[in-house]
Design a protein around this ligand. Structure first.
Ligand SMILES: NC(=O)c1ccc[n+]([C@@H]2O[C@H](COP(=O)([O-])OP(=O)(O)OC[C@H]3O[C@@H](n4cnc5c(N)ncnc54)[C@H](OP(=O)(O)O)[C@@H]3O)[C@@H](O)[C@H]2O)c1
Length: 252
């Protein structure tokens, strides 16, 4: 299949985990991909080498800085002169408990909301206006099961940031479908990446597995395959929908 030949996608957080797997899946469909990263340039370069440097552009951006999202978009759209697909995947999962002092708690909330929600919202805003001019485009936002189920007390801010991303995506789908702008949520449960390594080490993997009827922690490819399918444009009437990838651990 080469369904994405001639299409250009921007994937945030492409240096590892779900983002890197998504870039591999898009490249297998012959998409050109803007590979965003934050600190791990060497890892992002390795992904680019693997899928073919001639079809990738590497762009760094520290999304905790509010102007960074716009600069990333501008560089990405300039590369091939347009973008067809935006995948907001970059994110953080950093704990903060309510017993922390108020300033630490507030800063943790601000940082998580900035990276997981506000930066993604800014990229969505730029994408919608660009897609309106082009007669359409596709936005895929990587949220989380936590947006719907809630999370543990140390990750309330994470759950809130992902719930905001869900509401944003649904609003875009409803507001701009008539102009060809399609928007989807992917909501993973646990996926085996560096984001969850610490969590598994602390909680024990067996406890996590016990909650998953499928009896496995998802691989990044489980998410990437769905993202590549949605990016292909073959699910137009599913715009606004959320795709749960959680091994039936939270069936809604
Ligand atoms: N893993 C899971 O179980 C799980 C479950 C539900 C949802 N998700 C969501 O899926 C997405 C990807 O998760 P993952 O597990 O693949 O995570 P990961 O392995 O920790 O990778 C995170 C990615 O985000 C980038 N990033 C981190 N901080 C950033 C910042 N301040 N500015 C810009 N980019 C930044 C990283 O870039 P560098 O490597 O260059 O620093 C990296 O590419 C996230 O939105 C996450 O919330 C994951």
């Amino acid at each position: 299949m080469t369904e994405l030949q001639g299409k250009v996608a921007l994937v945030t957080g492409g240096s590892r985990g779900i983002g890197a797997a998504t870039i591999r899946a898009l490249s297998a469909e012959k998409a050109d991909v803007v590979v965003h990263y934050h600190r791990n340039r060497a890892r992002a370069e390795a992904v680019v080498r693997e899928v073919g440097p001639e079809r990738c552009l590497l762009v760094p951006a520290a999304l905790e800085n509010p102007p960074a999202a716009r600069a990333l978009w501008n560089e990405a759209v300039t590369w091939r002169g347009h973008l067809d697909v935006l995948i907001n995947n970059a994110g953080i999962f950093e704990p903060v408990g309510i017993a922390e002092d108020a300033e630490t708690w507030r800063q943790a909330w601000q940082r998580t909301l900035q990276i997981n929600l506000l930066a993604a919202a800014e990229l969505c805003r730029a994408a919608v206006t660009h897609f309106q001019d082009r007669g359409g485009g596709i936005i895929i936002n990587i949220a989380s099961r936590a947006a719907f189920r809630g999370d543990t007390p140390d990750y309330m801010h994470y759950a809130a940031s992902k719930a905001g991303l869900v509401a944003l995506t649904r609003s875009i789908a409803r507001g701009f479908a008539a102009e060809g702008v399609l928007a989807y949520v992917i909501a993973p449960g646990f996926v085996r990446t560096e984001m969850t390594d610490d969590f598994f080490a602390r909680q024990g993997e067996d406890a996590v597995l016990g909650e998953i009827p499928l009896g496995e922690i998802a691989a990044p490819e489980d998410v990437a395959n769905v993202a590549a399918f949605l990016a292909s444009g073959r699910a137009r009437h599913a715009t606004g929908a959320t795709f749960d990838i959680n091994g039936a651990s939270y069936v809604r």
